[in-house]
Design a binder for this molecule. Structure first.
Ligand SMILES: [Zn+2]
Length: 116
C-alpha cells in the first residue's frame, strides 16, 4: 500500500504520461544540437567557442532529460506492478505532496538526501 487514494494515483499517472511526452519532445528538439559541429559549417555571429560551449550545455541538458525520462518510465512500470509510490530504499510510502512535485521520484525525501 502506497497510501495514495485512487484519485491521487490516477492524477499522478496522468502527470507521468504528460511528463514522458514533454521529455520526448525536448529530446526530439535537442537531437540536432547534440550533433558535432562541422568545421566547414557556417555558424553566423557565434564564434566557434560559443558554439562549442552551447553544444556542451545542450548535451548536458539532453543527458539530464534522458535520465529523467528513464525515471519516468520506471515509475510507469512501477504503476503496473503496484510498487508505485513506495520508496525503493526504505519501502515506506512517499508522501503525495512529494510525488505531485516530482511524480517520477523513486525514493522518499530522507532517503534521497542520504544518497546525495
Ligand atoms: Zn525512503
Amino acid at each position: 500500500m502506497n497510501g495514495l487514494t485512487p484519485e491521487q494515483a490516477s492524477e499522478l499517472r496522468d502527470d507521468l504520461a504528460v511528463l514522458l511526452q514533454e521529455l520526448d519532445e525536448l529530446l526530439d528538439i535537442s537531437e540536432d544540437v547534440a550533433r558535432p559541429i562541422e568545421l566547414e559549417q557556417p555558424i553566423g555571429r557565434l564564434s566557434r567557442m560559443d558554439a562549442m560551449q552551447q553544444r556542451e550545455m545542450a548535451m548536458a541538458n539532453r543527458a539530464a532529460h534522458q535520465r529523467r525520462r528513464g525515471l519516468v518510465e520506471e515509475a510507469l512500470e512501477a504503476f503496473d506492478d503496484g510498487s508505485y509510490g513506495l520508496c525503493i530504499t526504505c519501502e515506506r510510502p512517499i508522501p503525495f505532496a512529494r510525488l505531485k512535485a516530482l511524480p517520477e521520484a523513486p525514493t522518499c525525501l530522507p532517503c534521497q538526501e542520504k544518497r546525495e
